[in-house]
Design a protein around this ligand. Structure first.
Ligand code: ZN
Ligand code: ZN
Length: 336
């Protein structure tokens, strides 16, 4: 099969990825399915692995963990999928199933979890194999593959943030920062009748938030929103935003920190924290991904995106690394 392969990490401008024409086709073992990849989203995590910000866990490795395609072969014992099903695969390739977290419904904390496109080969290739229990059945989601692919990463992340914030109909949800996950979160909230208050500086993001029907668009670091909010999801790695967000919350409110890193967080006035809850996003469980897929059957979860041809992956990642892609997200068209 054709595959983009990473053997040695280097700055993306040095072109560490190699397009291999005759990489061995993966074969599904017992309990596995083989996916003919149609589209695979391009993520900052792929860049981090290519450039060495994250260590290499196998070499060569095929990156890509926002996979949408069609089941093309099933291994022995597979019951939940048949050839021809539309299928998705996320960063969560598998968990151990036996640790204290896995056995108590908290597999997102499993220390033995296996990550797609890092620990095992991912979706920047014609085929990828997946554990049937971790693949997502996408039959019935009214979207094309280019829209299904990014649902597998920012899409599921947005639903996880939504679950943690748990706004009720009539609540006001704040969103700080406006990347693809925030974009999806705005769509989910709107679809469920929850008012959205967006804090972002970028002009383009303000316009997008407006198009999506945000009730208020401003900059929380400089001005308080016009009304107190019931929950807030914050994305930028800016510790300073935490106390501003807490100030903007109603008593009983929840602040969800969705960033993976942060500058130091200081809470100067205890009154700002008193009676409020802070939660952090820490990996996705399958139940979250599946709930997101069900929701995507009912509300529009398409996204603004730029689609690249298969040969263009490395150029796309170079552009992405330089911050030159204006669209919300980038998708690699793997096969037509
Ligand atoms: Zn991703
Ligand atoms: Zn486990």
């Amino acid at each position: 099969m054709r595959a983009w392969v990473l053997e040695r990490q280097a700055k993306i401008e040095e072109r560490p990825l190699k397009l291999v024409e005759d990489y061995p086709d993966p074969e599904p073992s017992r309990g596995q399915i083989r996916i003919k990849v149609k589209s695979c989203g391009i993520c900052r995590t792929d860049l981090h692995i290519a450039e060495g910000d994250l260590p290499l866990h196998k070499s060569p490795v095929i990156l890509g963990h926002e996979i949408a395609g069609i089941v093309d072969k099933v291994g022995e014992g597979v019951r939940d999928f048949k050839v021809g099903d539309r299928v998705g695969l996320t960063w969560l390739y598998s968990t151990c199933g036996s640790c204290k977290y896995c056995t108590s419904g908290r597999e997102n904390y499993c220390p033995n979890r296996v990550r797609t496109g890092w620990d095992v080969d991912g979706g920047f290739a014609e085929y990828v194999v997946a554990q049937e229990g971790y693949a997502l059945n996408l039959n019935g989601v009214p979207l094309g593959f280019d829209d299904l692919a990014p649902l597998m990463c920012p899409g599921v992340a947005s639903y996880l943030a939504f679950e943690l914030a748990s706004p009720k109909p009539g609540d006001r949800l704040g969103i700080i920062g406006f990347g693809p996950t925030a974009y999806y979160l705005t769509k989910i909230a709107n679809g469920l009748g929850i008012e959205v208050y967006v804090s972002t500086r970028a002009k383009r993001h303000r316009e997008l938030a407006e198009q999506l029907g945000a009730a208020w668009i401003g900059n929380l670091l400089e001005e308080a929103p016009p009304r107190k909010l019931d929950c807030i999801v914050s994305f930028p790695p800016i510790g300073e935003a935490v106390e501003r967000a807490l100030e903007a919350l109603n008593p009983g409110g929840t602040l969800v920190l969705a960033q993976v890193a942060s500058t130091p967080i200081t809470i100067g006035r205890y009154e700002n924290l008193w009676g409020k809850t802070i939660k952090t996003v820490y990996n996705v469980k399958r139940s979250t991904s599946r709930a997101m897929v069900e929701l995507a059957k009912r509300i529009d979860m398409s996204i603004e995106k730029r689609v690249f041809g298969f040969e263009e992956l490395q150029d796309a990642m170079i552009e992405f690394g330089k911050g030159r892609i204006e669209e919300m997200t980038s998708v690699l068209k793997v096969s037509p």
